[in-house]
Design a protein around this ligand. Structure first.
Ligand SMILES: [Zn+2]
Length: 161
């Protein structure tokens, strides 16, 4: 190998390494760091149209439309997208808003992001495992947290205890 070849090969290796590093950085900072991921076409097959609209398109179900709004039996509320346990009936309360409401999620179950859509500064709530949109969290909830997790019932599956 001549010195010129060696320089060229090392340069190419450095370029390849840099590209791999950039790729890894982009993955870590984007929406694709969730452990459960599917393509858009797969999500459409896995979910009902209403579930897809909320979970994958950040839609909002009509108030009073979810039977889970008035569900107060003992049990667990799982993500409709990936079955991760998100809330329990112990933290559910009747907010009077027409959407299922909780004052606390299970540890590590949800993540939040700022949402400035609809001319409002709101905090969006999504499943920490699949990234599915669940609803929003507000600061006008009951004690002990003072938080109101305003959830779309269609994004949740109730599992009786
Ligand atoms: Zn999920």
């Amino acid at each position: 190998m001549t010195r010129r070849d060696w320089l060229r090969n090392t340069g190419l290796l450095a370029l390849a390494g840099g590209a791999a590093w950039l790729g890894a950085r982009r993955t870590a900072s984007g929406m694709d760091h969730f452990t459960v991921t599917h393509t858009d076409a797969e999500w459409r097959k896995l979910l009902t149209p209403d579930q897809y609209d909320v979970l994958r398109q950040q839609g909002t179900e009509a108030p009073e439309s979810s039977p889970l709004d008035h569900q107060f039996a003992k049990g667990r509320y799982d993500c409709a997208g990936c079955d991760l346990a998100l809330f329990t009936s112990d933290t559910k309360f009747d907010s009077g808003t027409g959407w299922p409401s909780f004052w606390k999620p299970l540890d590590g179950a949800v993540s939040t992001a700022s949402d400035d859509s609809l001319m409002m500064a709101r905090t969006e709530v999504h499943c920490s495992r699949c990234g599915g949109h669940l609803g929003h969290v507000f600061n006008d909830g009951p004690k002990p947290t003072g938080l109101r997790y305003c959830m779309n019932g269609v994004a949740l599956t109730f599992v009786p205890a």
